[in-house]
Design a protein around this ligand. Structure first.
Ligand code: ADP
Length: 165
């Protein structure tokens, strides 16, 4: 199994699927979600409209349209309050369910942003621990996924993910 950390704009990656840190509406928003919708083009929003949103921790797949990636897996991270409102379990579910969806579609390479650590306020060190642990667990199962890329958008996120790895 191969896990790597890179600093990059996730919308530039040519992998089987990039994961979107979406909101429950799945209709686009700020941060990485906005960047993915802009790069994928308007067809992505049309595809997302048909999915009737998602609950926190769920993951749903669409095509990638104008993106270099073939697919987008949309998952909804938890909004961080104090860590005592199920946030760790929900964040774990985002990573695990995204990889389950990738496996159902026989995908091999998947790239994740640092889900919930932007607008949703999840502390980076705690989120990175959950992200790396969960992906390792899932890759130890029988899955089509052979490569996971953690995509940091800034140096601090890259450093924390690398240390955790
Ligand atoms: P959330 O609402 O889940 O917190 P955000 O999009 O606000 O989602 O932030 C999640 C992470 O994605 C942050 O680390 C942010 O810096 C990063 N990010 C924003 N734009 C991009 C991008 N184009 N590629 C990769 N990561 C990005």
């Amino acid at each position: 199994m191969a896990i790597e950390v890179i600093k990059e704009d996730i919308t530039k990656l040519k992998v089987d699927a990039i994961v979107n840190a979406a909101n429950k509406s799945l209709l686009g928003g700020g941060g990485v979600d906005g960047a993915i919708h802009r790069a994928a083009g308007p067809e992505l929003k049309e595809a997302c409209k048909k999915m009737n949103g998602a609950e926190t921790g769920e993951a749903k797949l669409t095509e990638g349209f104008d993106l270099p990636a073939d697919y987008v897996i949309h998952t909804v991270g938890p909004v961080y309050r104090d860590g005592e409102h199920g946030e760790p379990e929900k964040l774990k579910a985002c990573y695990a369910n995204s990889l389950k969806v990738a496996n159902e579609h026989k995908l091999q390479s998947v790239a994740f942003p640092a889900i919930s650590t932007g607008i949703y306020g999840y502390p980076l060190d705690k989120a990175a621990k959950i992200a790396i642990e969960t992906v390792k667990e899932e890759l130890e199962r029988n899955t089509s996924v052979t490569k996971v890329v953690f995509v940091a958008f800034d140096d601090k996120t890259k450093q924390i993910l690398e240390n955790q790895l």
